[in-house]
Design a protein around this ligand. Structure first.
Ligand SMILES: *Cc1c(COP(=O)(O)O)cnc(C)c1O
Ligand SMILES: [Zn+2]
Length: 452
């Protein structure tokens, strides 16, 4: 049993949050209602907070509270997400929280890789250094905790379900298993990595492998969750966004409350860019920062509906049929959160860039040779960085943070294929295959001669 220290923040304030329709029709719902879209107008919902209650603490006080909680053992405040509980989800009892102490992931100063690009202030936020190996843990802890609270309040919920490109399902299965809540996972057959497939299997989820793509799985899970006893865990559900929004707050906290110039992230279903924007906007509203960074979204050329919309100045949005990409977690043609992301990009003077398969693979490998171990999605974001430097949009002396969304270890086959020149359509510039030589001292000796 973790320590239950009464926390100074437990003094009863009127912290509160609720769902509100983002189309401004004013409709509100409880976060304990099973509702994913506005019942009046069909708009997406978003969690809103009582900012006046939060304003009863000054910006300096919040900073100090957040700093004190990092890695604390006072349950659950040592988590990077729950250390900001009042800003994220004040309505769940501490005993109902399902946490793996997610968040507080390290910032990697990419000194050598940055130097290769002519930069001196490049940082990689390693969100893949997390319980299930991706940033999806940040949102899933909130969603599963709210469901656990609902079940404690005798709401009839039988299971939590999601469609996934591999990381949402891993997170849902792990948090569901930790809470003892059954989970149902819909995966596109042969479109997720072996590691991603085996994660929910190991955690005891019901795993359904469907002969379709992510968008096909999403359509079915929406139907499935029309039954209110099966709760939907996709990022259409804005509870995920509440947890994920801590990433930007955490980055700024790690820079001693200094705002970086740019934050770049790979984008697929577009929940995470909205989450990043919402966290930063809340910091601005509550006075913890006095300006916003710029945001750049990076997409794979093979699944680029946001990039296309950006080229039209966000006047036109058309779903695309996503083609195969090594960045499988963002192989999405019809992003659920487009409407949310569009507004965030406008608010943050944001831009969108895209990356080809060859660029993704080679940039990932180049970065690996400077000590990183990039998943392909991080390769998409790093490629976007290169292009924006070349175009003069990002200044080489700017402080830039690239969000690395998953751990490279989930994508071993991508790396194996790359280093054996077996990645379709890719000329592997940085291939470094093992040398197969006889087991003799002389053979080893002569192989090493080539080193110098
Ligand atoms: C989910 C995911 C993304 C995309 O995030 P969205 O919120 O869908 O835009 C990017 N990279 C990885 C590794 C992911 O798992
Ligand atoms: Zn509405």
């Amino acid at each position: 049993m973790p320590k239950q220290i009464p926390h100074p923040m437990e003094v009863k304030m009127d912290y509160n949050c609720w769902y509100e329709c983002i189309r401004g029709c004013g409709k509100r719902y409880s976060i304990f209602d099973v509702v994913y879209r506005c019942e009046e107008c069909g708009g997406l919902l978003e969690v809103k907070h009582n900012l006046n209650a939060l304003r009863q603490r000054s910006a300096a006080e919040w900073k100090s509270v957040f700093e004190q909680r990092v890695f604390s053992t006072a349950w659950p405040y040592g988590s990077g997400v729950w250390g900001k509980k009042e800003w994220v989800c004040p309505l769940v009892d501490d005993e109902q929280i399902v946490s793996t102490y997610e968040g507080n992931s390290n910032l990697f100063w990419a000194q050598r890789f940055g130097k290769q690009l002519g930069m001196d202030d490049l940082w990689i936020k390693l969100c893949g250094n997390s319980h299930t190996g991706s940033f999806k843990d940040l949102g899933m802890t909130v969603l599963v905790s709210v469901v656990k609270q609902m079940i404690a309040n005798r709401k009839p919920i039988r299971a939590i379900a999601c469609a996934s490109t591999g990381d949402t399902s891993a997170a849902l299965a792990a948090y569901g298993a930790a809470a003892g809540i059954p989970t149902v996972i819909l995966l596109p057959r042969a479109k997720v990595s072996t590691a991603q497939l085996i994660q929910p299997i190991a955690n005891g989820a019901t795993v359904l492998s469907l002969d379709t793509d992510f968008d096909g799985c999403m359509a079915i899970v929406k139907q499935l969750t029309e039954d209110p006893t099966i709760y939907l865990a996709n990022s259409l559900n804005s509870l995920r966004i509440e947890g994920q929004k801590t990433v930007g707050i955490e980055i700024i906290q790690q820079f001693d409350w200094q705002v970086p110039d740019w934050i770049i992230l790979p984008a697929g279903n577009l929940g995470n860019v909205r989450a990043l924007g919402n966290g930063l906007m809340m910091m601005l509203d509550l006075g913890l920062i006095d300006h916003l960074p710029r945001i750049a979204c990076a997409q794979a050329e093979n699944a680029n509906p946001l990039y296309r919309a950006y080229l039209s100045n966000f006047q036109v949005f058309e779903p695309v049929k996503a083609k195969k990409t090594v960045a499988s977690a963002i192989q999405i043609g019809n992003p659920v959160s487009y409407e949310r992301a569009r507004q965030t990009l406008i608010d943050f003077n944001g831009i969108v860039e895209q990356a080809s398969e060859e660029e993704i693979a080679n940039t990932s490998a180049q970065a690996d040779q400077t000590g990183l171990y990039c998943c392909p999605h991080t390769g998409v974001a790093l490629t976007a960085l290169k292009k924006l430097l070349q175009k003069g949009i990002i200044d080489p002396h700017a402080r830039v943070v690239v969000i690395s969304t998953a751990h490279g270890l989930k994508f071993s086959q991508f790396k194996v294929d790359y280093h054996h020149q077996q990645l379709e359509g890719v000329q592997a510039q940085y291939a470094n295959p093992p040398l197969e030589i006889p087991a003799t001292y002389e053979a080893v000796q002569s192989a090493l001669m080539k080193l110098v």
